[in-house]
Design a protein around this ligand. Structure first.
Ligand code: ATP
Ligand code: MG
Length: 410
């Protein structure tokens, strides 16, 4: 006998029992984002590898080690670069700006599978492209907060920082590199290797030696220019006006190169090591990286599985069944026709598909939560009201009308 095949490590099946909770994420996202004028976009599950090399950044962990790549393409590890590519591809700069888009779909990263960390996971995201106004940054944060609140995410914390512009960041990068070289002996090997390529990542290091060094490291916040500082102050003022609580965290690093100015992350203390539920920021330099004209943008992405893990499980309403058709073996064709007629009339209808005895079919009807059962015998038809237990003899052509009438009377 051949061995049993299993799903790849780090992937999961969405079973029928899991689907309703995930549907609430989609429904809430749609309601909240579309009410704010965001319209849905979906891009392909794979793109040219170069899009991510340029858009996410050669030096990032995502591009260096987390992409599934084949024949010049990569399964998308994130959604912002693809949405910006689509903005350019479809000439969306001709639309009123900012263009506000949202998306929901699967993303892929080749990382070590753990609780809350998968190789295929889902993200919901929103992007507002074409304006550098601080109200855009604040809106993006407020909308993600609204979504997390709606889903009941617990013990949330919002951390915010400003990364400044590429120019102020470049100056700071050199200062930080000099500091890291000075303390090279106390750093982890991994951090040491990244001094040239990605020194900011040192703030994210998990090993205590590096963390001690980073406690006293020069901070980007002290290297921002006046415009960046002013922009950040306006974003946080708007958040205060919206009643959003946040902490300034000048050690916040995000795993993508494209961010400028505002960056933020929501974490949940109800989660273990994988505590990030969603984050994002402003990416004013990204469009140029992709070969387009300078175009500012800002967005968020949140992990569907992490949001659900952070939320209290809520009971989901069972699917309804208005009519169950039970039949003796000679009556199958009539039962099938009646089920079709009922569905065309807008009823939720099921029929026995397993050749059960009438007794077995009544049990099955009970399991489906059927409101009415029509039992088709060779010599007549009985309609049973499952709530009252009352049965009456009916004409077959009147079954659907009878259920519609009964449902109406409820
Ligand atoms: P982490 O620090 O957990 O690696 P990240 O900074 O790489 O997260 P982002 O790139 O900002 O994450 O992606 C946005 C959100 O997508 C995260 O906050 C998280 O909820 C979710 N996410 C990212 N990677 C994974 C994964 N491998 N499995 C499940 N969810 C993920
Ligand atoms: Mg990551």
């Amino acid at each position: 006998m051949s061995s049993k095949l299993q799903a790849p490590r780090g992937t999961f099946d969405v079973l029928p029992a899991d689907a309703p909770a995930r549907q609430t994420v989609e429904d809430a996202s749609k309601r909240i984002l579309e009410a704010a004028g965001y319209r849905r976009i979906e891009t392909p599950a794979f793109e040219s590898t170069e899009l991510f090399a340029r858009g996410v950044g050669e030096a990032t962990d995502i591009v260096q080690k987390e992409m599934f790549s084949f024949e010049g393409f990569s399964l998308r590890p994130e959604g912002t670069a693809p949405v910006c590519r689509a903005y350019l591809d479809h000439g969306m700069h001709k639309l009123p700006q900012p263009v506000k888009l949202w998306y929901l779909g699967p993303y892929f990263r080749h990382e070590r599978p753990q609780a809350g960390r998968y190789r295929q996971f889902w993200q919901v995201g929103a992007e507002a492209i074409g304006s550098d106004d601080p109200s855009v940054d604040a809106e993006i944060i407020v909308l993600l907060q609204a979504l997390l609140d709606e889903l009941g995410a617990r013990e949330l914390r919002l951390r915010i920082a400003s990364l400044g512009t590429p120019a102020s960041r470049a100056g700071y990068r050199e200062v930080l590199q000099a500091y890291l070289r000075e303390h090279a002996g106390e750093l982890s090997a991994e951090t040491r290797e990244r001094i040239d390529l990605n020194p900011l990542r040192a703030f994210d290091a998990k090993d205590p030696g590096t963390q001690r060094v980073m406690d006293d490291a020069p901070r980007l916040a002290d290297h921002l220019d006046d415009d960046d500082r002013e922009h950040f102050a306006q974003v946080t003022d708007l958040l205060a006006r919206a009643g959003v609580e946040w902490e300034h965290d000048d050690r916040l690093v995000r795993g993508l190169d494209y961010y400028t100015r505002t960056i933020f992350e929501f974490t949940s203390d109800a989660l273990g090591a994988q505590s990030g539920v969603g984050g994002g920021g402003r990416y004013d330099g990204l469009m140029e990286q992709l070969g387009g004209p300078a175009t500012p943008g800002c967005g968020f992405a949140a992990g569907v599985e992490r949001m659900l893990l952070a939320s209290e499980a809520r009971p989901q309403p069972a699917a309804s069944c208005d009519l169950f058709l039970a039949w003796e073996s000679s009556e199958r064709a009539d039962a099938f026709a009646l089920a079709t007629e009922a569905r065309r009339a807008g009823l939720a209808a099921q029929l026995d598909l397993a050749g059960r005895s009438i007794k077995g079919q009544m049990k099955q009807a009970d399991r489906t939560g059927a409101r009415y059962v029509a039992i088709l015998y060779p010599d007549g038809t009985v309609l049973r009201d499952m709530d009252s237990g009352q049965e009456e003899k009916v004409e077959r052509p009147g079954v659907v009308a009878g259920v519609l009438k009964g449902r109406h009377a409820l």
